[in-house]
Design a protein around this ligand. Structure first.
Ligand code: PRP
Ligand code: URA
Length: 218
C-alpha cells in the first residue's frame, strides 16, 4: 500500500495510509475513549502525518566535522517553519510538530463555528513576525464544512504568506472540495476522508467534537 495517496478528484489532498494510523484512528473514533487517551492519540497520529506533510521542506548543504573527518551534509534550509494551530482543537496537534522541528515557531488563529450558520467566527490571530518566506503548517483535526480552514488560509495569504500546508486528521468530501476550490495551491494532508457531513455540519462517521473531546468540555 503506498503511504500517501492523492485522490484523482482532489490532486492536492493526500490521505496518509499506514497501519498504525488506521489503528489509532479507530481508537480515536470510539466514543468510549477518554480524554487523556484521546489527547495522546491525536498527538501520535499527528506525528505520523507530520512526517509526510513535511516532505517538501528544503535542505541545504552545511559543513560539519564528524569525529573522524569534515563532511558536507544536508540540514533544513528554513530552520524556522511555523506551526499554526486553529484554536482550540489544533492545539492538540502542535506539540507533535514541535517534537519533529523543535526550532519551529508557533502562530495561533482563534476560530469557532457559529452553531446555527456554521460560519467561522474569528477571535484571535497572532503569527510570528518576519516569517514571510517560512513554510507554514496549519493544524486542525477536523475539516468539516471547510469554512474554518479556508478562513485561516485566507488570513495567512492576506499577510503575504504562501507556503501553506494544511494538516488535519479527519476530512469530509464537502470540506476538501471547498478548500481545494478556494485554495488550489494548498496541499492538504489527512488521516482519513470520511463519508459526508450531517445536517449539523458534523463529519460522519467522524469522531465527534474534537475540541470537546480533547479538553473534556462536554
Ligand atoms: C471545530 C474544528 C474546526 C472546525 C471544523 O472547531 O476544530 O476548527 O470545527 O469545522 P468547519 O470545517 O465546518 O469549519 P470548533 O468551531 O468546534 O471550535 P473549537 O475547536 O474551539 O471546539
Ligand atoms: N468540528 C468537529 O469537532 N467535529 C466535526 O465533526 C465537525 C466540526
Amino acid at each position: 500500500m503506498p503511504l500517501v495517496t492523492p485522490l484523482p478528484q482532489f490532486p492536492l489532498f493526500y490521505c496518509v495510509k499506514h497501519p498504525l494510523i488506521a489503528h489509532k484512528l479507530s481508537l480515536l473514533r470510539n466514543k468510549e475513549t477518554p480524554a487523556k487517551i484521546f489527547r495522546e492519540l491525536v498527538a501520535e497520529i499527528t506525528l505520523l502525518i507530520a512526517y509526510e506533510a513535511t516532505q517538501d521542506l528544503t535542505l541545504k548543504e552545511v559543513s560539519i566535522e564528524t569525529p573522524l573527518e569534515p563532511l558536507s551534509t544536508p540540514m533544513l534550509k528554513d530552520k524556522y517553519p511555523v506551526i499554526v494551530p486553529i484554536l482550540r482543537a489544533g492545539l492538540g496537534m502542535t506539540e507533535s510538530f514541535l517534537q519533529l522541528i523543535p526550532e519551529a515557531r508557533v502562530g495561533h488563529i482563534g476560530l469557532y463555528r457559529d452553531e446555527k450558520t456554521l460560519e467561522p467566527q474569528q477571535y484571535y490571530f497572532k503569527i510570528p513576525q518576519n516569517s514571510e518566506g517560512s513554510a507554514y503548517f496549519i493544524c486542525d483535526p477536523m475539516l468539516a464544512t471547510g469554512g474554518s480552514t479556508a478562513r485561516a488560509i485566507q488570513l495567512l495569504k492576506d499577510r503575504g504568506l504562501h507556503r501553506l500546508t494544511l494538516v488535519c486528521l479527519v476530512a469530509s468530501p464537502e470540506g476538501v472540495k471547498i478548500v481545494a476550490s478556494m485554495h488550489p495551491d494548498v496541499k492538504i494532508y489527512a488521516a482519513a476522508l470520511d463519508r459526508q457531513l450531517n445536517e449539523h455540519g458534523y463529519i460522519l462517521p467522524g469522531l465527534g467534537d474534537a475540541g470537546d473531546r480533547l479538553f473534556g468540555t462536554k
